[in-house]
Design a protein around this ligand. Structure first.
Ligand code: GLC
Length: 791
């Protein structure tokens, strides 16, 4: 083998050659570095389905220093050392701390079957991410594949699942970095499954091409990664309300009945889904007129009563001559092809079907045109399912590897495209719906995804099951997606396959209140799941939790808006907030999570337990439901140091508020198109660095991008016997619905001696001695306001 080495300076980096292998190290910013390998000297075209072309990263100055046996590239934040005789990479930070180290003897291998790379793994290293993996939050000790799969009846540890998000974050002693391995072929990740010294990743084709993203804070890693691949846009407000689905509501009459029941029973809800049976013969973009005779009128009527309609529109197109989408696709050559040039046909719901080749702009545009009638009718969202793509009755459950796709003219096969079919499918749908109604935020829901799909569609964790363990798996799958740049996620509340016991459905409904998407769904042949089906006692509890979701909407929407700007997921791993608490990397921490900046949720997710312990992060915490301070019993019981024992009853879900938070809540509405009647509540939980914010806009247009939003920063500060609450001058020109604030200060030791609003004493305040809270009103103003409570 030719082992000549050479080093070349290139813009923002260097190129190191060893024999025929070329390694390019290029910084996108001082903390983000891309590593690209060409095993045979040439790199070929540089394409990505995930990385934004305009991610805003510039080309930083990089200093390259040749040190004989190794060469160092310095970005200002990182030193990237490449060993000239092996091309092994070592990364240090500016303080000289070792962050990442390739396996020195075999940093990588290239074989005809693919390639693999190995990195050192330390004993205290933990791994997070890789999307919807149904194992522990810490992915260590597991191995994974990325190959989008219709994982019917998936179980804990089933792998691969529906999505391929080849991004992970390593956390070690509170310090984090991320790696995004931008490769769409079948790839694999090994985090100590076979070997404790090295972790490893590789793929069966494509390029060894990854981005190293420095922290050290875990939040910074997620923020930077999401800047690279794009963030979830601000969703329409209604999508944060309660969503009801089932496979299927079989007729218009049934839909009217179910939606009517919600309104009659005053159980708030926003979305009704139509699964495949509203269609004729499961043909996408058709309507079964026998069972849905006045579909258009129904959509209108639903809209009148505050319901948003979401329709399933799967990607497969029934191969039936005379069926317009099929005829058009055939005529124009829009379908995925067999190697011999004929259309690939595979069976899905409607029988033999053809598949649009979504990697072509022309095809995406045509696909989009098929949505015109539905959008005109007022349908508000679309559900793209089966887009792994799922193909029935084949051992591989999908298309043969040799089918031909065309990436804007470049022909390639399914090995490269399989994992991005879902992404390109929802890209087509999102762009189409946007083009048809340019000032309305689209809502698209996808099952399959590759990194980048979060820009177009929300997702859910596919066909889970009606078991306690699947309810528990809602946590590591959703937090796993969140840390992987995919924050807008739901799970089928109640479990898709099988029928939940009444208790399980009630517990899961409570959990749904604190998930990013709260959607109840059920498989064909399983029992009804609407909140009232188990009698008045269960109904009352479920209703209480769904109502709480609506009361908490200002906080949820404000948090989601923040997510759309920062990439930090609404539902997040504890360690994102508490990286310096080593307990948060323990398996013990996996039954709890943060919901926004301020709320800690610790649901009961195991059936036969006499309670469980929650790890209480440093500082003071309040019970969300009672406003009472959390008292730890650690003086009496050393084993319980920093822990709280919980044993919630059926009508309870433990939720806690971090001291130093201000939580906005609103009066109850039955759906998000209703304007809340009364003041916006600001619940003040005094404590260090006390902050909160409130964001509002019209909830559905892009007006917010033109300044039509309202944002108020909130803060509080205690000193001596007084507490000052400040509402900063509002940003943006939107006029929010509230005319005043109802400020509720929890943890008030005694009745205040005075309360002043904007410098004037008010007499109209109320002290609740039992709940230890003070309540008073502050008029809404765009100017800064301030209240002082004196004890
Ligand atoms: C798939 C989906 C499920 C849907 C069903 C019928 O199984 O995952 O949510 O109800 O197809 O469309």
């Amino acid at each position: 083998m030719d082992t000549q080495t050479a080093v070349k300076d290139i813009p923002s980096g260097m190129e190191v050659t060893l024999g025929r292998v070329v390694l390019r190290v290029v910084a996108l910013s001082p903390g983000i570095v891309r590593f690209r390998y060409a095993p045979n000297s040439t790199f070929g075209p540089d394409e990505s389905f995930a990385v934004l072309k305009d991610s805003g990263f510039s080309t930083p100055e990089v200093k390259v220093i040749d040190k004989g046996p190794e060469v160092v590239a310095q970005t200002g934040e990182l030193s990237l050392v490449v060993n000239k005789s092996s091309l092994a990479v070592t990364v240090y930070d500016a303080q000289g701390r070792l962050i990442l180290m390739d396996r020195s003897d075999v940093p990588f291998t290239f074989t005809p079957e693919g390639f693999q790379t190995w990195k050192r793994m330390s004993e205290d290293e933990h791994f997070y991410g890789l999307g919807d993996k149904a194992v522990s939050e810490d992915r260590r000790q597991h191995g994974f594949s990325m190959w989008n799969t219709d994982a019917v009846m998936w179980e804990e540890s089933t792998d691969p699942l529906y999505k391929s998000i080849p991004f992970f974050m390593s956390v070690k002693a509170g310090n984090a970095y991320g790696i995004f391995f931008d490769n769409t072929f079948r790839s694999n990740f090994q985090f100590g499954k076979f070997n404790d010294e090295y972790y490893s990743f590789g793929a069966t084709g494509g390029k060894l091409n990854y981005y190293f993203i420095n922290g050290p804070e875990p939040k910074k890693v997620v923020e930077q990664y999401s800047a690279l691949i794009g963030r979830t846009p601000l969703p329409p407000l209604f999508t944060l309300g309660y969503q009801q689905c089932r496979w299927s509501y079989m007729s218009e009459a049934r839909v009217r009945e179910v939606t009517g029941e919600f309104r009659k029973r005053k159980i708030p809800a926003d979305v009704i889904y139509f699964d495949i049976d509203y269609q004729e013969g499961w043909r996408v973009f058709t309507i079964n007129r026998k069972t849905f005779p006045t579909f258009e009128q129904m959509v209108k009527d639903l809209g009148q009563t505050g319901w948003k309609t979401v329709l399933i529109t799967d990607l497969h197109i029934a191969a039936i001559p005379g069926y317009k989408p099929y005829d058009e696709g055939v005529k124009n050559g829009y379908f995925v092809k067999n190697p011999d040039g004929t259309n690939f046909i595979g069976p899905v719901w409607p029988g033999p079907s053809a598949f649009p080749d979504f990697t072509r702009a022309e095809v995406r545009k045509w696909w989009g045109s098929l949505y015109a009638d539905f959008v005109k009718m007022g349908v508000r969202g679309f559900w793209n399912d089966m887009n792994e793509p799922s193909v029935f009755y084949r051992a591989d459950k999908t298309m043969p590897l040799d089918v031909v796709h065309s990436v804007e003219g470049r022909k390639t096969d399914h090995r490269e495209i399989h994992n991005v079919v879902g992404l390109e499918n929802v890209r087509a749908t999102y762009e189409a719906v946007l083009a048809l109604a340019p000032d309305v935020r689209p809502f698209v829901l996808t099952r399959a995804a590759y990194a980048g799909a979060q820009r177009y569609a929300a997702t859910w964790t596919g066909d889970n099951q009606a078991t306690w363990n699947h309810m528990r798996l809602s946590l590591p799958t959703v937090t796993g997606l969140g840390v992987s740049g995919y924050p807008f996620v739901g799970v089928d509340v109640g479990g898709f396959s099988g029928s939940p016991t009444p208790d399980l459905l009630t517990r899961w409904t409570a959990l749904g209140t604190f998930l990013p998407i709260d959607r109840n769904h059920a498989a064909m042949g399983t029992r009804d799941r609407e909140p009232w089906v188990d009698g008045p006692e269960h109904e009352a509890i479920r209703k209480k939790f769904i109502e709480e979701r609506y009361r908490l909407l200002p906080y949820i929407y404000t948090s989601m808006e923040e997510t759309s700007r920062t990439g930090i997921p609404l539902m997040r791993l504890m360690l994102l907030e508490y990286p310096d608490d080593p307990r948060m990397t323990l398996r013990e921490a996996e039954g709890q999570y943060m919901f926004g900046n301020s709320l800690l949720v610790a649901p009961k997710v195991k059936e036969f337990v006499d309670g469980y312990d929650m790890l209480v992060p440093e500082g003071t915490w309040f019970d969300y439901w009672t406003g009472q301070r959390v008292e730890l019993k650690e003086q009496d019981n050393k084993e319980m140091k920093g822990k709280l024992h919980l044993n919630p009853k059926l009508d309870e879900i433990p939720v806690f508020v971090r001291a130093g938070s201000i939580i906005p809540r609103q009066p109850l509405v039955q759906n998000t198109s209703e304007t809340p009647n009364g003041p916006l509540e600001l619940r003040v939980y005094p404590g260090p660095n006390c902050r909160g914010s409130i964001y509002a806009d019209d909830g559905s247009s892009f007006g917010y991008k033109r300044g039509d939003f309202y944002r108020g920063q909130l803060s509080c500060e205690s000193s001596g016997n007084s507490l000052k609450i400040a509402i900063a001058a509002g940003e943006g020109k939107y006029v929010p619905w509230w005319k005043s604030y109802s400020v509720v200060v929890v943890d008030s030791p005694k009745a205040p001696s005075s309360v002043a609003v904007n410098g004037e004493a008010i007499r109209d305040f109320h002290y609740d001695a039992k709940g230890k809270s003070v309540t008073f009103q502050v008029p809404f103003s765009r100017q800064a306001s301030e209240a002082v409570v004196q004890y």
